[in-house]
Design a protein. Structure first.
Length: 231
């Protein structure tokens, strides 16, 4: 073959090769769709990434704003934090003073007469030191099915924990480490007990207010299973 013919063939092959590469790159790029975050996910992320306060061995003072509305007040230095008593708490904590309490405090996204307040999260203070680890397994899934899994330790330093505290801490960890309310928008947390029963938390909605006062003995926790799913 003459040199001119060889040059033409080489040029043609080069153009074809470049065309194939360009097409492939465009195809790969086209498959990457931007993540659309729903308003619900934005609200949940804002709630579960806000600061929380852990009061240990504190005293609560009951106050009635109205006959049907009961609050517990916790004095923190020069400020007073309000805790709405709903569900089991409303029946359990009567008038007067209640001592030796642990309280997991998170501001709600609504106000009562302009004042911030938390709901639930009340347990008795420890009688002894606690240092336990519950294993949490995270399964990732999409519209096709499960595609990855991981484990992380969930630290426990109390004899009893409210569902409010367990739910908040687990979701905060999932947001920080597994893309919850970003790439992952739905799913479920299941806290399984050693002998029977379980607690479930749906990740596309906030924990119900009447469950924030429920309490679990930490020695009853067997394991934690979590599934996070892409939208």
């Amino acid at each position: 073959m003459k040199m001119k013919s060889i040059a033409k063939v080489s040029l043609l092959l080069g153009i074809l090769a470049t065309g194939v590469n360009t097409t492939t790159e465009k195809s790969v790029y086209a498959e990457k769709k931007p993540i659309v975050i729903s308003e619900n996910s934005k609200k949940l992320k804002a709630y579960y990434t806000q600061p929380s306060i852990e009061y240990k061995n504190v005293t609560g003072y009951i106050s009635f704003i109205q006959p049907s509305i009961k609050f517990m007040n916790i004095i923190d230095g020069n400020s007073v934090n309000n805790l709405a008593l709903i569900g089991k708490d409303k029946q359990h904590y009567h008038t007067g003073v209640h001592r030796n309490l642990n309280i997991f405090y998170v501001n709600e996204d609504k106000r009562f007469e302009g004042a911030k307040y938390s709901i639930g999260g009340i347990t008795s203070a420890n009688d002894k030191a606690v240092d336990l680890i519950a294993e949490a397994r995270v399964i990732k899934a999409d519209h096709i099915g499960e595609y990855d899994y991981d484990f992380f330790p969930f630290k426990i330093d109390k004899e009893a924990m409210s569902l409010k505290e367990i739910d908040f801490k687990l979701r905060k960890y999932l947001i920080d480490n597994y893309g919850l309310y970003g790439e992952m928008s739905t799913g479920k947390i299941t806290v399984k007990k050693k002998y029977y029963g379980k607690y479930t938390f749906e990740l596309d909605k906030k924990l119900q207010e009447d469950r924030m006062s429920d309490v679990i003995n930490v020695t009853d926790i067997d394991r934690i299973e979590i599934k996070v799913r892409k939208a």
